[in-house]
Design a protein around this ligand. Structure first.
Ligand SMILES: NC(=O)C1=CN([C@@H]2O[C@H](COP(=O)(O)OP(=O)(O)OC[C@H]3O[C@@H](n4cnc5c(N)ncnc54)[C@H](O)[C@@H]3O)[C@@H](O)[C@H]2O)C=CC1
Ligand SMILES: O=C(O)[C@H]1O[C@H](OP(=O)(O)OP(=O)(O)OC[C@H]2O[C@@H](n3ccc(=O)[nH]c3=O)[C@H](O)[C@@H]2O)[C@H](O)[C@@H](O)[C@@H]1O
Length: 492
């Protein structure tokens, strides 16, 4: 035990030698790898029910692509970092347990389509209560609705063995995929919420001790559990709101001749607003923004705050509108029909530098285009064919999987994908798309050859000089590209 001074009071806290993580996904894997690297005296075991996932973590081919992660995993694996399916054993041995399981949007029952599904969190809590034979600090790292820590605590306490005590902390994660290693090494802040009791403060200090191995103490913020839980939802809602705000501006730009990049620059140079997260796009994707904003909407509805719920719901509505709008522009520019036309789709992940496709805008754009009978030739440097087809034939998205399989082909090479197509559609901002030889691509495409830049990453002037018809987000269409007024058709 050590002594620390918190808010003027002295409190004892435990240094830790064994921690475990339940859930070896995009959060559990990278977070615990960094902890193991920065705390060499702490043994970290990352567990999952999925044997496949654990096998991959124990191989040279990790289950997630995250720049810089492989090297750190190799450095710590089987020294103080272990990956295992023996969840119970790891829980029994650990002094502190991170719960990093998935909390997807519920697709059944009460709150369907909005509430977070907490069944995996609850199962983890019940399992801890079942096997724990000594006191534990349980850390909720999954993103959850406010008061979930209280539910976890109730489950643990209702099932606790004699002499076993629990402290439940909220420690939401703020990493972004594609930059997880850097985000974990240099977090803007670490947030820890705990009970405002002596035992609660001691548990908070123990977790602070872990992070203080590499995070400056002033960047570790402590607060009550509910504030911590709500702060995570609020942060994601604010970020998603900025994207929907600039995407809403992009629609105005396309109608007026303003350029959304210039508007974003002008707005973002106001230091009160700041310039981050103002990049207009085909729409935000990823496993969290939509899920967490919907979670917030549901929370507001349950709290009988319909005006607040409607405010946040609009962030989602604009995102849906943006994805649909982009697909409509493609169809309209291609003379109002894409039936039987060949379109190369560049990028399928929800952002660059990740192979994650969850809620990727590309899925929706591809769906709208295949609904119109377009033949799609998809290239993504990190997404597997299996994942592309499983997203596009997901029963929630698609009524006729066989037809989608007929219409979609995947390619391992962008030049091959573009060969003989009517148009090229950029859905993800992979760096490599900016350095392709577009003259070579143009030669092999059908004419007029179109490029739809859904990420504003290409040199549009240069492409037009080559001969392309270029359509992008948030800039007025070239006269030659407009075949029907967008304002009338996009309302249909
Ligand atoms: N993906 C991201 O970038 C971020 C995610 N989050 C939040 O972190 C949580 C986890 O997200 P991801 O890592 O993306 O999810 P994920 O789906 O990649 O990983 C979750 C893992 O938990 C495992 N699991 C579920 N129940 C289990 C149990 N009872 N025992 C052992 N393993 C179990 C699943 O098999 C899965 O491998 C979510 O609440 C998410 O909202 C927060 C910040 C960033
Ligand atoms: O809770 C989570 O899961 C995480 O969600 C986001 O991280 P992530 O979804 O991995 O990636 P972002 O970089 O936030 O991008 C999300 C989506 O918004 C899009 N985006 C982002 C920024 C922008 O200016 N414009 C824009 O369209 C991206 O292309 C992507 O589709 C947050 O950035 C993280 O802080 C948070 O921890």
């Amino acid at each position: 035990m050590r002594l620390a001074k918190i808010n003027g009071d002295f409190c004892l806290y435990m240094t830790l030698s064994r921690i475990c993580c339940i859930g070896a996904g995009y959060v559990g894997g990278p977070t615990c790898t960094i902890i193991a690297d920065k705390c060499p005296d702490v043994t970290v075991t990352v567990t999952d029910l999925s044997q496949d996932r654990i096998n991959q973590w124990n191989s040279d081919d990790l289950p997630i692509y995250e720049p810089g992660l492989d090297e750190i995993v190799r450095r710590r694996r089987n020294k103080n970092l272990f990956f295992s399916t023996d969840v119970k054993k790891a829980v029994i041995e650990a002094e502190l347990i991170f719960i990093c399981v998935n909390t997807p949007t519920k697709n059944y029952g009460l709150g369907k389509g909005r509430a977070a599904d907490l069944k995996y969190v609850e199962a983890a809590a019940r399992m801890i209560a079942e096997v724990a034979n000594q006191s534990k600090i349980v850390v909720e790292k999954s993103t959850v609705p406010v008061k979930a820590a209280e539910s976890i605590s109730n489950i643990l306490k209702a099932n606790q063995r004699r002499g076993v005590q629990y402290q439940v902390l909220s420690n939401p994660e703020f990493l972004a995929e594609g930059t997880a290693v850097n985000d974990l090494l240099n977090p803007d802040r670490v947030l820890i919420g705990g009970e405002q009791t002596k035992e609660g403060r001691e548990a908070v200090e123990s977790l602070c001790w872990i992070y203080s191995h590499w995070v400056p103490r002033e960047n570790i913020i402590t607060m009550n559990t509910w504030s911590s839980e709500l702060s995570k939802l609020a942060a994601n809602a604010f970020l998603a709101q900025r994207i929907s705000s600039i995407n809403a501006m992009s629609a105005i730009c396309e109608m007026t001749g303003a350029d959304v990049t210039e508007v974003a620059h002008a707005v973002g140079t106001d230091t009160r607003i700041g310039n981050k997260f103002l990049k207009a796009s085909v729409g935000f994707g990823g496993s969290c923004f939509q899920k967490d904003v919907l979670n917030m909407v549901y929370l507001c509805e349950c709290l009988n705050l319909p005006e607040v719920a409607a405010y946040w719901q609009q962030v989602i509505n604009i995102n849906e509108y943006q994805k649909r709008r982009f697909a409509n522009r493609i169809i309209e520019s291609l003379f109002n029909t894409v039936t039987n036309k060949k379109l190369a789709v560049f990028g399928f992940s929800f952002k660059k530098d990740t192979g994650d496709t969850r809620e990727s805008a590309a899925i929706y754009v591809c769906k709208y285009l295949t609904d119109e009978g377009a033949n799609l030739r998809i290239y993504d440097p990190k997404v597997t064919d299996k994942k592309i087809f499983s997203e596009l034939t997901n029963p929630l998205m698609c009524e006729d999987p066989e037809r989608v399989k007929e219409l979609v082909t995947t390619y391992p090479d962008p030049y091959e994908a573009a060969n003989g197509t009517h148009a090229l559609v950029i859905c993800t901002e992979w760096d490599q798309f900016t350095t392709l030889d577009y003259s070579r691509i143009y030669q092999k495409m059908l004419k007029p050859a179109f490029i739809f830049d859904g990420r504003l990453i290409l040199d549009h002037e240069a492409l037009m000089k080559i001969g392309f018809q270029v359509v992008t987000i948030g800039k007025k269409l070239q006269r030659s590209n407009v075949h029907r007024s967008f304002s009338t058709s996009s309302q249909s």
